[in-house]
Write a protein that binds this ligand. Structure first.
Ligand code: RIB
Length: 335
């Protein structure tokens, strides 16, 4: 493999000069720089990133931990994180935990071993220990989407409770009184907050909270389908359903169709996230839009400022972004 020594010989300069050119650690004349770069090109030389990282004390890499990168919500967040990382000279290591705490622990260890410069952390659960393993290494971390009781990192969330409230209030304003809810995993803060909003809308309109109308799903397509089947099999099924994420709502549409029912004529349905496909479902899904791109932008801006030490350590931010009810074609007055 070509070494710095080979480059120095080809350029007719010292190895030290080659090092200063590569690492920009001292002024080198344009003429000598050109000779070094020409030699690197001719010899197909690539600097040893690991050696440079050790010298600089940085790897120019960022870890991104997500629970399910096949879900377009997380894919959209990852896209924004990668865009901003690339613009700022950082590579992003994507870690998909599949919502599994054991796998999350493996990836925490991987990111520490690879000495990433910082991490965006969307937790598989809501426990602090994995987060504290990252911060104990002095690693800047931004907690996104799933809240964790902690004082170790900046946090960027959305107002899930208000989103659940507005979705349910919309159905009530259409005249629905038996409103079901397909929840996400109960241990995850976003789903729990959305259900709080659902309950608040019912209580404000003197509608009873019926346990049989709330079923927990898994935030996945099949889970939406099977939980909707359960709601439709009730002796008194709901006339409308608030689903705590779009992927489950799309799965629920399949169960409704298999039951030979029409949306919204026979049943109204609202999702949560506003992933791109929701404008193309049949009918187009009414949903609670999360500001997904802004989630990624605010998270990365916070993380980069921590990595660059342009923020005093300790006074962590807690940013709560607002959702927006996006009305399309999947809701109507009860038949
Ligand atoms: O669709 C995945 C869900 O998990 C989203 O609602 C997001 O908020 C995350 O918590």
């Amino acid at each position: 493999m070509t070494t710095m020594k080979d480059v120095a010989k080809r350029a007719g300069v010292s190895v030290t000069t080659v090092s200063h050119v590569i690492n920009e650690t001292r002024f080198v004349s344009d003429e000598l720089q050109r000779r070094v770069f020409d030699a690197m090109e001719e010899l197909h030389y690539r600097p040893n990133i690991l050696a440079r990282s050790l010298r600089r004390g940085e790897t120019r890499t960022i870890g991104l931990i997500v629970p399910d990168n096949s879900n377009p919500f997380f894919a959209e967040v990852a896209r924004t994180v990668e865009d901003i990382g690339f613009e700022n000279g950082y590579s992003v290591i994507l870690c998909n935990t599949d919502g599994d705490l054991e796998k999350e622990k493996v990836y925490i260890d991987v990111l520490i071993a690879k000495q990433v410069d910082g991490a965006v952390f969307i937790a598989a659960g809501s426990r602090q220990e994995h987060l504290s393993e990252l911060t104990a290494q002095g690693l800047p971390v931004v907690v996104v989407d799933r809240d964790i009781p902690q004082t170790l990192a900046d946090v960027v969330l959305v107002n899930n409770e208000q989103g659940g409230y507005e979705a349910t209030r919309h159905l009530i304003e259409l005249g629905h009184q038996r409103i079901g809810c397909i929840a996400g995993p109960s241990e995850l803060t976003p789903s729990a907050a959305r259900i709080h909003g659902y309950r608040r809308a019912l209580e404000e309109n003197d509608l009873p909270y019926r346990e049989e109308l709330i079923i927990s799903g898994d935030f996945r397509y099949d889970g939406g389908e099977t939980t909707m089947e359960k709601l439709l099999s009730l002796s008194a099924p709901p006339t409308a359903v608030f689903v705590c994420n779009d992927i489950m709502a799309i799965g629920a549409l399949r169960a409704i169709k298999r039951a030979q029912m029409q949306v919204p004529a026979d049943l109204s349905i609202i999702g949560f996230d506003n992933i791109p496909i929701t404008s193309a479902t049949s009918p187009a899904l009414t949903t609670v839009a999360q500001p997904i791109t802004e989630l990624g932008v605010r998270s990365m801006n916070l993380l980069l400022s921590r990595i660059r030490n342009t923020r005093p350590s300790g006074d962590y931010e807690r940013i709560i972004l607002e959702t927006e009810l996006t009305i399309r074609d999947s809701c109507a007055e009860p038949c």
